[in-house]
Write a protein that binds this ligand. Structure first.
Ligand SMILES: C[S@@+](CC[C@H](N)C(=O)[O-])C[C@H]1O[C@@H](n2cnc3c(N)ncnc32)[C@H](O)[C@@H]1O
Length: 232
């Protein structure tokens, strides 16, 4: 399917057909969705710092797309500061929990949909900001996911991301621990890159890097926060 073909979120919830989420990819996340929702955030101070930082980049006039939103906690926190916010995830289990939370805390500007960040889900130039938190190391094809996110942005729009850079961990983790855990279904597919590689991939899509930060408050932080801008 050409990148320019727009797939609406409602379409992406069909069980098959162009743009349908890959159910094999979602299986791991569907299985752990309830546990993921129940687990406490490991570095709450770092998370709150990121939320404040992102809030400062958003305005109520903006249309925002979140990819890989999980159970929607971040979208629920950010939606009061945005215009329309569509938060998406490949896992229908994650989105079911997000919708339960939204039903308990209705926000008219926020909606959730099942959609794969490796497939088109927006019209070209539809959004002022695309958010990707703890996602870009999990997509199948980083260049394609970044191309799709960039395509979804209006000129001047922002790709705001926070991403685990697995190549910055002890090499035993990507080369031994993760493969072993994957073999027994305890870890998802992950891409192994460092922050420089991620930045270079964004620049390849024509994005300009506005900020590169680390928000962790508990020792070495492998998660890089990047604000990248589509030239306008
Ligand atoms: C580590 S969780 C992060 C969730 C949330 N963004 C957060 O920061 O808490 C990763 C999420 O990405 C989703 N995911 C993995 N691959 C994806 C893909 N190709 N497209 C969309 N979502 C994906 C998973 O279902 C999961 O909900």
């Amino acid at each position: 399917m050409p990148l320019s073909t727009a797939i609406r979120p409602a379409d992406s919830e069909r069980p098959s057909g162009p743009g349908a989420p890959d159910t094999r990819k979602a299986r791991f996340w569907d299985r752990i969705a309830r546990k993921y929702a129940a687990d406490p955030i490991a570095d709450m101070a770092g998370y709150e710092f990121t939320l404040q930082r992102v809030q400062g980049l958003l305005t109520p006039e903006q249309d925002v797309l979140e990819i890989g939103c999980g159970t929607g906690s971040t979208a629920l926190r950010l939606a009061p500061f945005t215009g329309r916010l569509l938060a998406t995830d490949v896992s229908s289990g994650m989105i079911a929990i997000a919708r339960e939370k939204l039903a308990a805390q209705p926000l008219p500007q926020l909606s959730f949909a099942v959609a794969d960040a490796d497939a088109p889900m927006a019209r070209p130039g539809e959004y002022d900001a695309v958010l990707a938190f703890n996602l870009l190391h999990l997509v199948t094809d980083l260049d394609r996911a970044l191309a799709l996110a960039t395509q979804a942005l209006r000129p001047g729009g922002l790709l705001i991301s926070k991403t685990a850079c697995i190549a910055e961990m002890n090499p035993l983790i990507p080369w031994l621990a993760i493969p072993l855990m994957r073999a027994v279904g305890k870890a998802p597919h992950v891409l192994c890159f460092d922050a420089e590689t991620l930045k270079a991939a964004m620049v390849r899509q024509g994005l300009e890097i506005d900020a590169v930060e680390r928000h962790g408050t508990q020792g070495k932080d492998i998660r890089v926060f990047i604000v990248a801008r589509k030239p306008g």
